[in-house]
Unconditional design. Structure first.
Ligand code: HEM
Length: 79
């Protein structure tokens, strides 16, 4: 049985987000991808300041992956 249950089949918990899948064929690059993502994110917040344009929703659209519901416009300024 999958360790990850889809959010539309059960009441969603904060552990339900599962982008690398689970089980014997799950992503073997998960640790590398997470390390890369954190490294890139850390560098971006060192160099840029992000500010959400007023009136933007912060709602999340749950599909295969998570993405913003509607537009997500931000100002990006170099620090
Ligand atoms: C954000 C980055 C990544 C995401 C979201 C992601 C997601 C996934 C998903 C959903 C699967 C399918 C698992 C399944 O069939 O149940 C998969 C498989 C796989 N991923 Fe990734 N992956 C990422 C990065 C990487 C990286 C960096 C590598 C290698 C360096 C990698 C190598 C693989 C391989 C080889 C498989 C096939 C595993 C198998 O079929 O046994 N992935 N990945």
């Amino acid at each position: 049985m999958l360790g990850c249950k889809l959010s539309w089949t059960i009441k969603r918990t904060r552990f339900a987000y599962c982008p690398f899948s689970e089980g014997p064929r799950c992503c073997i690059g998960q640790q590398l991808a997470m390390m890369e993502a954190k490294t890139i994110l850390a560098r971006l917040v060192q160099v840029f300041k992000f500010k959400l344009v007023k009136g933007q929703s912060q709602d999340v659209l749950e599909q295969t992956t998570l993405k913003p519901k509607g537009k997500c416009q931000v100002y990006i300024m170099q620090i």
